[in-house]
Design a protein around this ligand. Structure first.
Ligand SMILES: Nc1nc2c(ncn2[C@@H]2O[C@H](COP(=O)(O)OP(=O)(O)OP(=O)(O)O)[C@@H](O)[C@H]2O)c(=O)[nH]1
Ligand SMILES: [Mg+2]
Length: 191
């Protein structure tokens, strides 16, 4: 898989002038969005990963195999951010979701260790309302003991009202679960 960073954008005028279909990765701050992108692309530092929440501040576009784009965005639910920053990031995301014609599907990341949060539920509800195809990925599955993994996925499935077979457990540190996600992406993109 060939992946290249295209650009970072703060508003529509900076979005890349491309016709490739886009898949955007959303989720709470620190859930592992940037790590997920790196592991999926088999790259170490394609997207910026941090130990503290709020690392990704812009919309980042990555071109994959000269066929489609993966989009990394800031996380939600990060309480320590300044109010003006929260508003600015909210507007930036709202603009992308409402106007970007190339947007084909959303990969919604939730932490495998916890019940989905209110923010997670609201995000899924809004995607459903807008009829955007959703793929749910349970991150950091390596932190859940093997015997509890199915239960963790079931909890997420129930809380988000998404079928269990549409919940994909992954570990970005152990690089597991990505083949299944990629297969699903190709199915959605019809490529
Ligand atoms: N054990 C484990 N740690 C992970 C996994 N994925 C991410 N992490 C860690 O979680 C932290 C946050 O990862 P990021 O990929 O930066 O998270 P993000 O969702 O992009 O965060 P923001 O950009 O701040 O919204 C980092 O310390 C990662 O190393 C995983 O699958 N397993
Ligand atoms: Mg990030």
């Amino acid at each position: 898989m060939k992946s290249t960073f295209v650009t970072s954008a703060i508003n529509a005028s900076q979005w890349p002038d491309s016709q490739y279909p886009e898949i955007v990765v959303v989720g709470r701050s620190n859930v592992g969005k940037s790590s997920f992108i790196n592991a999926l692309c088999n790259r170490k530092k394609l997207a910026y990963v941090g130990n503290t929440p709020g690392k990704t501040r812009l919309i980042n576009f990555f071109e994959i195999d000269e066929k489609w784009m993966l989009v990394d965005v800031p996380g939600y639910g990060f309480a320590k951010m300044s109010k003006s920053m929260l508003i600015q990031m909210g507007n930036m995301m709202e603009e992308y979701f409402s106007q970007r014609k190339q947007l084909k599907a959303v990969i919604s990341l939730v932490d495998a260790r916890h019940e989905p949060t209110k923010d997670d539920k609201e995000m899924i509800a809004s995607l459903k309302a807008n009829e955007i195809p959703i793929l749910v990925v349970a991150t950091k599955i390596d932190k859940v003991s093997k015997t509890k993994r199915i239960k963790a996925c079931k909890t997420i499935s129930q809380a988000l009202q998404i079928p269990l077979k549409s919940i994909y457990p992954v570990s970005s540190t152990e690089k597991t679960g990505f083949e299944q996600v990629l297969e699903k992406i190709y199915e959605v993109l019809e490529i």
